[in-house]
Each structure stands twice: as C-alpha cells, then as structure tokens.
Design a protein around this ligand. Structure first.
Ligand SMILES: Cc1cc2nc3c(=O)[nH]c(=O)nc-3n(C[C@H](O)[C@H](O)[C@H](O)COP(=O)(O)OP(=O)(O)OC[C@H]3O[C@@H](n4cnc5c(N)ncnc54)[C@H](O)[C@@H]3O)c2cc1C
Length: 261
C-alpha cells in the first residue's frame, strides 16, 4: 500500500493575462485568476488510481502563497486524503533550487513516503526541473515524463512516450515520477468530494518550521534573477491575399519571400 505524495502548484489561469511585475520581475500572481495546474490534476488523478488499485494514502504538497489553499482544496475534493502547505512571505521569488529544498524538507514531514508524483513541467515557471532536482536531494530514483505508471509491491514501472517511440523504465520504491499531460483524464470532483475536502487535514508550515533559515530563500538569496523582461510583441495582422484566380501563385511567392519554401 504505497504512501504517495503529489506535488501540486497553483498557477495563473492560462486564459488570464500573465505578466511579471515591474518591481522585481516575479510573476504577478495577484492580478491573474489562479487555478490548480492542469498537469498537477493529472498527477493527483494518477495517485488516486494507484490508491484505488493498491490501497495506501495520498498527500498533496504545495509550496505557495496563502491563496494556494484553493488549489489544495481542489486536489482534496478530487479524493486526496490530506495536504501539506508550505507558505511563507520569505519564499517570494524563490528559485528552482530553493523550491526543491523546501519541498524535500516538507516531504520529510510526511511519514514513510514511497512515491512522489509531480508534473513534468509547471505551466508558469516552465522549469521542468523540480522533479529531477528533488530526486537528487532525496536520493530517490526518478522516472520522467510518464505516459503510464504501474506499481507492483515495491517495484514501479513507467512508460515514457518520446518522438522516437516508447521507453519502459523500472525502479524500486521510494521513487519520484513526473507525469505528462497524456497520462490520464482527471476526474471532476463530486459534490460529496467537495464537501468532504473542507474537513480534510491541511498541515501548514513556514520555512522555519522546516528548519530552513528564511534568509536562505526568496528573491534576495535566489540562484537566478530575472534582470529584464520584455513582453512578446503583439502578433502582426498578417498579409491579406486577394484571390483573383492567382491566389495560389501569390501565396507561393509570399512563402518564397519568407524563405519558407
Ligand atoms: C517566468 C518565470 C521564470 C522563472 N525562471 C527561473 C529560472 O530560470 N531558474 C530558476 O531557478 N527559477 C526560475 N523561476 C522560479 C521557479 O519557477 C520557481 O522556483 C518554481 O517554484 C519552480 O519552478 P517551476 O514552476 O518552473 O517548476 P517545474 O520544474 O516546471 O515544475 C515541475 C513540477 O514540480 C512541482 N512543483 C514545482 N513548483 C512547485 C511548488 N511551488 N509547489 C509544489 N510543487 C511544485 C509540480 O508538480 C510541477 O508540475 C521562474 C519563475 C517564473 C515565473
């Protein structure tokens, strides 16, 4: 019966405008609608499928502002058993290294972790690095970009889909797995699930609670700093081709002009 921890992140909604603040080039989370990262919904779903097949317990873990509680409750309403929320103003502007250290310390607060499931890439920071960095810090094997996950006793097998085909990986638990967007279709929380989530335990920690010095995290101590951020130029209207029987020629000339053909 695997004891599973799922790493979940609250991110700005894909449809709302995402921008970096002028003050310190960190993501302006306040001005955007926030959602549970879609890839993390699939990570939660995969954990629940393993639990339904093998038993065990599912804990969701998030490092994020107070507001991330909404995303945590969403994961609990899908069926996760409990949650850990690391929230601390000192974490503002945390880099990948710091986030990884904090996640590792928080996982240390969960008894007997057999499996950590994460998304392969967050839709806001897009680092695609936390699962690998976490496996390194925890000393766990890591199986990435999973398209299929199978747990049998203390063995885990993952199928990874790449451009050139399928790769099958095997490791012994405890392990870290990152899942891709095609792994499953996340369930919608039922009304019963939403109501039950309100009563499910959420342990909240500051970085000090995890034995981490607040001065070692956050923007001032970050290993990387965004020095400049220029918004993407607005898309140009494009060239309009009037087809007076010569539309094909005009398009071919345009593509040649653009060195596309
Ligand atoms: C626009 C932008 C650019 C950035 N560039 C850099 C950079 O170049 N270098 C750098 O060090 N930092 C960078 N950061 C900061 C970095 O995004 C944060 O440290 C972030 O918490 C972790 O990176 P990620 O979201 O890219 O993670 P990824 O590695 O893409 O996340 C993969 C998975 O890890 C888990 N995970 C990630 N973060 C959390 C969390 N906070 N809580 C729970 N689970 C989590 C989730 O399951 C997620 O699906 C950037 C942030 C932004 C907004």
């Amino acid at each position: 019966m695997p004891n599973i921890v799922v790493l979940v992140k609250q991110v700005p909604d894909t449809y709302s405008e995402r921008r970096l603040t002028d003050a310190d080039h960190t993501l302006d989370r306040a001005s955007a609608d926030a959602v549970l990262d879609e890839i993390n919904e699939r990570a939660v779903e995969e954990a629940l499928l393993i639990k339904e097949a093998q038993g065990g317990e599912v804990t969701v873990l998030s490092v994020g502002p107070e507001r991330a509680t909404e995303a945590i409750r969403k994961a609990l309403s899908m069926g996760a058993d409990k949650a850990v929320h690391v929230t601390d103003p000192a974490l503002h502007g945390a880099c990948l290294l710091q986030t990884t250290r904090v996640l590792a310390a928080a996982i240390g607060k969960v008894d007997g972790v057999d499996l950590v499931i994460a998304g392969n890439e967050a839709t806001d920071g897009r680092g695609g690095a936390v699962p690998a960095m976490l496996a390194e810090v925890l000393g766990f094997p890591q199986l990435t970009h999973a398209r299929k996950v199978t747990v049998e006793g203390s063995e885990i097998t993952v199928t990874r889909e790449t451009d050139t085909g399928l790769t099958h990986l095997r490791a012994t638990l405890p392990a870290v797995v990152s899942v891709g967007e095609k792994i499953n279709e996340p369930r919608y929380p039922s009304f019963k699930g939403i109501m039950a989530a309100k009563k499910k335990p959420v342990d909240t920690f500051t970085v000090a609670d995890l034995g981490i010095d607040a001065g070692e995290v956050g923007l001032d101590a970050a290993s990387t700093t965004v020095v400049e951020a220029t918004p993407k130029p607005p898309r140009s209207a494009g060239q309009r081709v009037e087809d007076a029987g010569d539309g094909g020629t005009k398009i071919a000339e345009y593509l040649i002009g653009q060195k596309i053909i």
